[in-house]
Design a protein. Sequence first.
Length: 317
Amino acid sequence: MTISGSFCKIYDKVSVRDRKEKPLHRSLRARCCDGTRWIMKIGIRLHDMRNLPLNERLDEVNRQGFTCVHLALSKVIKDGPTGPEALTPGYAMHLRRLFDDKKIDIAVLGCYLNLANTNAESLKEITDQYKAHIRFASLLGCGVVGTETGAPNEEYRPEPACRSKEALVTFINNLRPVVEYAEKMGVILAIEPVRRHIVYDAGRAREVLDQIDSPNLQIILDPVNLLDLDNYERQKEVVEEAIDLLGKDVAVVHIKDYLIKGDKLINAAAGTGRMDYTALMKFIKARKPYIHATLEDTLPLNAVQAREHIQKLWKEA
């Protein structure tokens, strides 16, 4: 007997009087028995939506059927400062009430900076920004503070040295104090492997997790970010390896598609390219209840279509 089936049989034995006294049972029964629509929370990057004031943008999130968002403060809030000194407790509590009122989760608070910056002064400023975002997140109530893994230069420029052992060691050494701060603040920091950055595949990401060895360091899994011209034809193998090596530490999923145009792999909205989501949907459905899954590279005109496409694939998985 399945868990849902067992729960419903038990519930059906409850008296009418008990049902009236415990309305929560009815809510739970509906969620348990009408299937799987509660399992994956699909969201969107707020900066991929129409350029509206924040409150109106959140209304748009609701209208388009999303339940969570990726929030990059500097890309969304244009009428005020978003630097470290602006991230006060009062500001966090103001935003938290705003999102709570709209019943929208903040899945990811983005802080996509270069922790392998070779300029010591710049690196200090970057580290301070991470710590400010982590403090802010502790009051904001978001899922994770998200980041990519940088490049060993000042420009955040992809280069062959990204794949060197030295670059990985530098990144881990610079990441460690940020994770320690996240531990103190009770916040999850999640790294996102990207093919052209220092952590360019699942094996490299596994090494970072094992070296840091902290429950406060987890993964944002974006399968398309693991692909490039050298491996996209093996996408099934790449995604399955990522799930195998990183699955237990995946906190958030990013979902997009890709196209090959000439000598470039171009990101696109889900359902408009060549991505096979089969393994990802089965993984989410089997192992990650209520996970935040945020769409990327959508446009206001295709965001709903992309959401519906992914929901259809998830139901079929």
